[in-house]
Design a protein around this ligand. Sequence first.
Ligand code: ADP
Ligand code: 5GP
Length: 186
Amino acid sequence: MEHVLLVVSGPSGVGKGTIVKTLVKRREDVVESVSCTTRAPREGEKHGREYFFLTKEEFEKRIEENDFLEYDEHFGNFYGTPKSFVKETLKTKSVILEIDVVGGLNAKKEIPQTVLVMIAPPSIEELKRRLIGRGTESKEEIENRLARLEYELSQKDKYDYVIVNDDLETAIRDLESIIDGKQSLK
Ligand code: ADP
Ligand code: 5GP
């Protein structure tokens, strides 16, 4: 069976991380790619687990070496998907990239079979509640993320699937069905 490259996008706080992390814990045939970033680690984040935390100079060097499948700048920091990891892993497992819409569309340009999945909130109020409730960003960072929300959601027509993350378990199952459906087609 061939494997699927899946991009999961959606506004900050919608539950992408929660959905993807739960799914990869349950499935040995699906892994999440670890991106590189120049932002500082949040409390509890570990180098190589949530992200590879690089300096700006290290990140720029990797851009020059054509090491990223795609990369982009958000909130003043760079984020990028390591190309070699994704291509190597796809030989044996499906890979999920949890990246923004610009990154997702760029990844699809590089690898056209990429499946784009947008996670949408049940309502904007609920999204704000989750983002504030998570308690990991400052007030200013929350404002920045909310300002980007409409843009992220406005791109959903360019995506292959939209999953509304109302009930968490249903959303996880919806994502699994997409992966299983694509795998069985190959
Ligand atoms: P993202 O990765 O999209 O920024 P997170 O996965 O960090 O979002 O989720 C943001 C917050 O919302 C977390 O506190 C998480 O526990 C909560 N959350 C995620 N999915 C749901 C859901 N279906 N119902 C209620 N809360 C949720
Ligand atoms: P955070 O700082 O909250 O972890 O992530 C901020 C934003 O960067 C999110 O929208 C996330 O999806 C995006 N992001 C994370 N990794 C990558 C990546 O490798 N490439 C791109 N283009 N965006 C990413």
